[in-house]
Write a protein that binds this ligand. Structure first.
Ligand code: C5P
Length: 228
């Protein structure tokens, strides 16, 4: 059977990451959260004391940075930045804000595009992000746009951070998620938007299982149609 490229786009906290993991497991596909690439760059810039507004320095940083994905024993992918596993370090709310800041810079997006295309080009992969179906893989075989209310998304992040034993403030998370929604949707390059041919899913009142089932049915229908 053809190995598909599946795009899942949507705002912060819409569940792209966990849904992508579950769908990947069912299909036997790899799953890459492209936000982790922006997070890794924003995080590294911050660690190096580089201003997130210093475009030439950020471009230089990207040129001298390696980002790889390494499969863990449990099947998940570790984000390896310059040889070090930074998967845990880049999941903080702060790293998400850094990511959103650098992601609005056209030169940064251009610098990170080929890495994403390279990672998905052979198919059998799910990529989640903000512009996968619109810019990175406009010809993806299946596209989804996953959304949920800002409050529901902040609550999920809150529980996730608590589970990880990290400090979390729900009001702050709601505020940050709304800010990121605004920034990601209103930036000049590759803004967050639903691709015309993406299937929209509002997960506010859906379990993960229900979302994944909906996606799988859609993918099965597409495969049946391609085969007939
Ligand atoms: O998905 P995640 O929350 O990890 O993404 C962090 C930030 O990276 C987003 O708020 C967004 O600004 C940026 N991003 C992007 N394009 C992508 C993935 C993430 O601009 N494809």
């Amino acid at each position: 059977m053809k190995k598909l490229i599946i795009a899942i786009d949507g705002p912060a906290g819409s569940g792209k990451s966990s849904i992508g993991d579950m769908l990947a497991e069912r299909l036997g596909y790899a799953h890459i959260s492209t936000g982790s690439i922006y997070r890794a760059i924003g995080w590294k810039a911050h660690q190096c004391g580089i201003s997130l507004a210093d475009v030439p320095a950020l471009v230089h940083l990207i040129e001298e940075t390696t980002i790889e994905f390494r499969r863990n024993a449990d099947g998940s992918l570790a984000v390896v930045l310059d040889g070090n596993d930074v998967s845990h370090a880049i999941t903080t709310n702060e790293a998400g804000m850094f990511a959103s800041t650098v992601a609005a810079i056209p030169e940064v997006r251009t610098g990170l595009l080929s890495l994403q295309r390279q990672a998905g080009k052979n198919g059998g992969v799910i990529l989640d992000g903000r512009d996968i179906g619109t810019v990175v893989f406009p010809d993806a075989d299946a596209k989804f746009y996953l959304d949920a209310s800002a409050e529901a998304r902040a609550k999920r992040r809150f529980l996730q951070l608590q589970e990880q034993g990290r400090e979390a403030n729900l009001e702050q998370l709601i505020h940050d998620i709304k800010k990121r929604d605004f920034d990601d949707s209103n930036r000049a390059v590759a803004p967050l938007r639903k691709a015309d041919d993406a299937m929209p899913i509002d997960s506010t009142n859906m379990s993960r299982e229900e979302v994944v089932n909906t996606m799988q049915e859609y993918i099965d229908r597409l495969s049946d149609r391609a085969a007939s």
